[in-house]
Write a protein that binds this ligand. Structure first.
Ligand SMILES: [Cu+2]
Length: 234
């Protein structure tokens, strides 16, 4: 009887562990299928991630690749030093390319954290589900990947999507065929859309706090002086 019970328990554990292992595997390998029914191409390892690499699929309207371009893009804190108030940046804030260019980006992360080269607004049928191509590098290190831009003139947002990295300066633009305008708040390149405001609303209570703080400071200085004079007189 006890052998039967142990056998049943082993069988139950085997079945449940198989199912859960299959479920885990399924959740890892099934790519996202959006309305376009085109699968996200995604590769990931301990050094970073590449999403939607595209070396050969032409966007609608491109009869052929107009040219092969190679860019090296650096990302890191040191590139933000020339932008007051910013913390992260790319070494370059703008790229201009011809329509239907095939662009290979070597993305170099000089920091000891993660950074991304993420470009938005590409055709969703090639870069599903929302038109993004991304290289992410857990730095320091680099990864290289390729994408093809469409044929119409357009300005594409390039940024790092890690929390607050874009707001802190890691933002750029890529103009295809002269682009269709500028993107706001690119460090050193375009006007700030929402400037930081440090305006103080001087209510009566804030004036009282200010006067009290000044009196406290004055008291501390005078108290220290009296203390030193007393010590010297002893
Ligand atoms: Cu970043």
């Amino acid at each position: 009887m006890s052998r039967l019970l142990i056998g049943c328990m082993i069988g139950l554990i085997a079945v449940t562990s198989t199912v859960s292992a299959q479920e885990i595997k399924r959740s890892l390998v099934i790519p996202y299928e959006g309305e376009s029914k085109v699968k996200v191409r995604h590769s990931m390892d301990m050094d970073g991630m590449i999403m939607n690499e595209n070396k050969d699929r032409l966007p609608d309207g491109c009869k052929e690749i107009s040219g092969d371009l190679q860019f090296t893009v650096h990302a890191g804190r040191k590139y933000a030093a020339r932008f007051p108030g910013k913390m992260f940046a790319y070494d370059q804030q703008e790229w201009e390319v011809e329509p239907c260019s095939r662009i290979t980006v070597k993305f170099v992360n000089d920091d000891h954290i993660r950074h991304q080269f993420m470009i938005h607004g590409l055709p969703e049928y090639l870069y599903p589900p929302t038109g993004m191509f991304t290289i992410e590098v857990t730095g320091p290190g680099s990864k290289t990947a390729t994408f093809i831009v469409p044929d119409e003139p357009k300005t594409f947002l390039v940024h790092c999507e890690l929390a607050q990295h874009m707001e802190k300066g890691m933002k750029a633009q890529m103009k295809v065929g002269q682009g269709d305008g500028d993107i706001a708040s690119i460090p050193g390149l375009t006007p700030v859309e929402n400037p930081d405001s440090y305006r103080v609303d001087w209510t009566a209570s804030r004036w009282v706090y200010l006067v009290l703080a000044m009196l406290a400071g004055l008291g501390a200085v005078l108290g220290f002086r009296f203390y030193r004079r007393d010590k010297a007189g002893q």
